[in-house]
Design a protein around this ligand. Structure first.
Ligand SMILES: *Cc1c(COP(=O)(O)O)cnc(C)c1O
Length: 361
């Protein structure tokens, strides 16, 4: 048995051990083909089966309606920041953005380069500590979509209630994919980089409403058009075969472990354990974000001072709890507790935090 640490990395992140071991076993000689899956043609029957299975499982576990296409695209979630305006914006047609933090800002800034994008709400002056209510959003006429970020991975806030607006939503769900149901009727497009909850880095999983593409722009490079990938089942060019193979395995693992409902309640339970430690610490640990928007995936917290934070991170690391440092832009600590992170890891961290406070408080 290899030695496994408690890995709280924000992405790429911990994956189910069963999945890693299965991939290891199949890696050199894939199902008797005499070569690895990553060495064979992406048109080979072996890969075709892997591709089809990953697509099917994505549809099943996310409960995707028939009028949505499932796409695996390269460039991560970041390329989607450009692809969305490239496909949907043109003269006279606007894209609205909920400015909820670092990732929403990335999406907004890219959209501004391609078209008329504006912030329907901006949390900047409040330090991005919460998500807006619908009545705080200002939408302009001729708005094609409202872009939301369901979970701000760096700030540690989650959108609990989806905005109730008249325009279709587009959602970046990179960091809480498969941990909450998606109200499909509200969305034209949902996307996320897969390396937070679904697999290794190398792809974005995109769900796009096919009828929403009828007015999409066509005068752009082929790869940048959603319709290209819908028509070719994400086999327009060589896909990231290893990533898609791994995502298929993780989705299968999720299905076998109770699917979306189980992942959702599991996430709430794991997050709840850590927030309880924070809340029960008499302010020694503090979570800066609005209580109602606390993320179930990225638990951010501070200690009384930076010296203690440094000591905390050092001792946690030595105790086998890795990657707890907050993002360099905000500091502090962050425990990313994505779907594949075992409850044991959360329990170990919770107990470590309690002990650290007793020893240093
Ligand atoms: C990680 C992340 C991204 C960027 O994902 P890449 O796949 O690295 O491009 C975008 N949005 C959110 C919310 C993220 O957490």
């Amino acid at each position: 048995m290899s030695h496994r640490v408690h890995n709280f990395c924000a992405g790429p992140c911990t994956l189910p051990l069963e999945v890693l071991e299965e991939a290891q076993q199949e890696f050199v000689d894939y199902h008797g083909a005499g070569m690895s899956l990553i060495e064979m043609s992406h048109r080979a029957p072996e890969y075709d089966a892997v591709h089809g299975e990953a697509m099917r499982l994505a549809r099943e576990v996310f409960g995707v309606p028939d009028d949505f296409a499932v796409l695996f695209l390269q460039g991560g979630a970041t390329l989607q920041f450009s692809m969305i305006p490239i496909n949907f914006l043109r003269a006279g047609i606007k894209g609205a953005y909920v400015g909820s933090g670092a990732w929403a800002t990335g999406a907004f800034k890219d959209a501004q380069k391609y078209g008329d994008a504006y912030l329907a709400w901006d949390g900047k002056d409040e330090g991005y500590m919460r998500m807006p209510r619908t009545d705080e959003l200002t939408l302009k006429p001729d708005t094609r979509y409202l872009h939301v970020t369901s979970n701000e991975t760096i700030g540690g806030i989650r959108m609990v209630e989806w905005p109730a607006v008249d325009v279709p939503l587009i959602g970046d769900m990179s960091s809480d994919f498969m941990s909450r149901p998606i109200p499909w009727e509200k969305f034209d497009l949902v996307y996320g980089g897969v390396q937070k909850n679904l697999g290794p880095a190398g792809a974005a999983l995109v769900f796009v409403r096919k009828s929403a593409l009828t007015d999409a722009n066509t005068d752009v490079g082929e790869y940048l058009r959603y319709q290209t990938h819908v028509d070719k089942d994400s086999l327009f060019n060589t896909p990231p075969v290893f990533t898609i193979y791994m995502v298929g395995k993780v989705l299968k693992w999720m299905q076998a472990n109770g699917g979306l409902e189980a992942m959702e309640s599991w996430a709430a339970k794991k997050a709840g354990r850590l927030y309880r430690v924070i809340d029960d610490s008499d302010g020694w640990y503090s979570c800066p974000v609005a209580r109602e928007n606390r993320s179930h995936m990225n638990v951010v917290f501070r200690l009384p001072d930076e010296e203690l934070e440094k000591k905390f991170l050092q001792e946690a690391d030595a105790a086998g709890m890795k990657n707890l440092k907050g993002h360099r832009s905000v500091g502090g600590c962050r425990a990313s507790i994505y779907n594949a992170l075992p409850m044991d890891s959360v329990e170990a961290l919770a107990q470590f935090m309690e002990q650290f406070q007793r020893d240093n408080g």
